[in-house]
Design a protein around this ligand. Structure first.
Ligand SMILES: Cc1cc2nc3c(=O)[nH]c(=O)nc-3n(C[C@H](O)[C@H](O)[C@H](O)COP(=O)(O)OP(=O)(O)OC[C@H]3O[C@@H](n4cnc5c(N)ncnc54)[C@H](O)[C@@H]3O)c2cc1C
Length: 477
């Protein structure tokens, strides 16, 4: 394809679905990726590094929107839900409802195939270098082809789905819409094994074939959490994420020098049900490390000639780091709006703004509130998390929060639940502060602006988030 309407750069979850949706909408779409056809969507040399868990609500959305039906091998196993456990394992909160563990390599292959079936061209072995610019407008991309030659490709719209380290986003001209970098405070370093194992006894707090388990624990996974997600054939996806500052605080309090890698190995040993792990060798995808953002998506997802979806736009859920769902939803919406822009012969930023609004309505409107809650959570030590999960919130209230809805918690109404100890009372007061900030964030995102009101709106969001960050430095263990 010499002259595409739309270039989709990056054939991961967001990219292939953006290409599938845009081609379905009638546009000429070129989907590019550095990977060979046989390993589509591979994030890094480590493989398709991911926990692979996705909520059914998200797979339902893309099935409906793209007229497809997902099944095996893309959907590996079904789970009833996600259970979040307190550090002392005494409390378990439900989170996000039914879902699946994906077979990531197969899912990536299937979605890229769908894009091609819908009429897109997939070009492998293309290493994207950056955006081609005319003034402040993105008019294409430059990069290297398989033979190492510089190749420029022009298009009316470029959709950036290159993932967290996007070379397109980072090379946009400085602007008020899309940030070029993400603060390290908003990034989790993560890693995981996919492995077969011998089951030593039954304990659904450590392994549950019907539920994805999340272990909150500031010693095991400072500023993040550990997870055990079931996979088919008596295998698990087991791993954890940490936040850099929280790890430093935790190490200095404990006099340790643990790293992400040592913590993952310790977490596997800590699990008394999962024994004798055998790391998968298929696809070279059994062991890997990568980063994930845990902030709200960028305030705008569009720029002249440019749209972004998935990790390139910091879309993973700030509490769970679940980025597959938002990447899929955003990919489809970006592809649809891009195709509409081509059909209307209007690829202006004003036209593309529709995508900001649609994404905000469907998913983005809750993420700033969740970011505020995540920052609060990282400031609690294990004792406070234990106490909070047994005294501050009911299961139902916690579940509300996981969906970005704000439960009615008031000091007067809940104070009798909060027993003794000054630090517990302070943590509870801080929860009330956080819940109020979450409400405020939801109000602001409920009024996501048009282009003209954007800068004032953004200022208001940033001011609220700054207050949250200033109040809650990390305080693990
Ligand atoms: C350890 C870990 C566990 C996770 N667990 C979960 C989970 O359980 N559930 C969940 O929902 N989310 C999880 N996530 C997040 C999830 O994996 C991501 O949100 C998701 O993969 C985002 O998809 P994407 O399409 O935006 O980007 P990616 O999957 O990163 O795809 C980007 C694509 O672009 C290609 N590419 C990048 N740069 C270039 C370039 N310069 N030139 C050409 N091609 C390029 C890459 O090779 C890749 O094919 C986890 C993340 C990590 C790291």
């Amino acid at each position: 394809m010499e002259d595409p309407d739309i270039i989709v750069a990056g054939a991961g979850m967001a990219g292939s679905l953006a290409a599938a949706a845009a081609a379905r909408g009638g546009a000429a779409v070129l989907l590019l990726d550095r990977n060979d056809n046989t390993v589509v969507g591979k994030k890094t040399n480590w493989g398709w590094v991911c926990g692979d868990a996705v909520a059914k609500s998200h797979t339902d959305f893309i099935e409906k929107e793209l007229g497809i039906k997902l099944g095996e091998p893309v959907l590996d196993v079904k789970v009833d839900g996600v259970q979040v456990l307190s550090p002392d394992m005494q409390n378990k909160f439900p989170f996000e409802g039914e879902g699946y563990s994906l077979n990531r390599p197969k899912a990536a292959q299937y979605f890229a195939g769908l894009a091609v079936k819908n009429g897109a061209e997939y070009r492998p072995h293309y290493e994207v270098g950056g955006p081609l610019l005319e003034g402040n407008r993105v008019v294409g991309i430059y990069g290297r082809d398989e033979k190492g030659g510089q190749v420029e490709i022009k298009a009316k719209i470029v959709i950036d789905t290159l993932g967290i380290a996007s070379t397109l986003r980072r090379k946009l001209p400085p602007n008020d819409y899309i940030e070029s970098t993400v603060s390290t405070d908003d990034i989790e370093s993560t890693g995981r094994y996919i492995a077969g194992f011998e089951q030593d006894g039954e304990d659904p707090n450590y392994y549950d074939p019907k539920n994805a388990l999340i272990h909150l624990n500031q010693v095991l996974a400072p500023g993040g959490y550990g997870w055990v997600f079931p996979k088919s054939g008596k295998r698990v996806n087991i791993g954890l994420g940490v936040e850099k500052k929280s790890l430093e605080v935790r190490n200095s309090k404990l006099g340790k020098k643990d790293t992400l890698h040592s913590l993952i190995d310790d977490y596997v040993k800590w699990n008394h049900v999962i024994k004798g792990i055998r790391i998968d060798t298929e696809d070279g995808n059994g062991k890997g490390y990568w980063s994930v953002t845990v902030r709200r998506q960028f305030d705008s997802l569009v720029y002249p000639g440019y749209m972004g979806a998935g990790d390139s736009m910091a879309m993973p859920n700030p509490i769970s780091a679940g980025g597959i769902g938002p990447a899929m939803v955003a990919g489809v919406l970006a592809g649809e709006v891009a195709a509409e822009a081509i059909a209307a012969n209007d690829a202006s930023m004003e036209f593309l703004w529709k995508y900001n609004v649609r994404y905000n309505d469907l998913y983005g409107n809750k993420t700033a509130a969740l970011e505020a809650f995540r920052i609060y959570l990282q400031s609690l030590n294990n004792d406070l998390i234990n106490y909070g999960m047994s005294h501050f919130l009911t299961k139902q209230e916690a579940e509300e929060i996981s969906y970005g809805r704000i439960p009615k918690i008031t000091i007067a109404g809940t104070f009798n639940k909060v027993l003794s100890g000054i630090s517990n009372i302070n943590a509870f007061r801080n929860l009330i502060f956080t819940v109020n900030k979450m409400k405020r964030m939801n109000e602001l995102y409920g009024k996501y602006p048009g282009m003209s009101g954007f800068l004032d709106w953004k200022k208001a969001v940033n001011a609220e988030m700054r207050e949250v960050k200033e109040r809650f430095p990390p305080n693990p263990i």
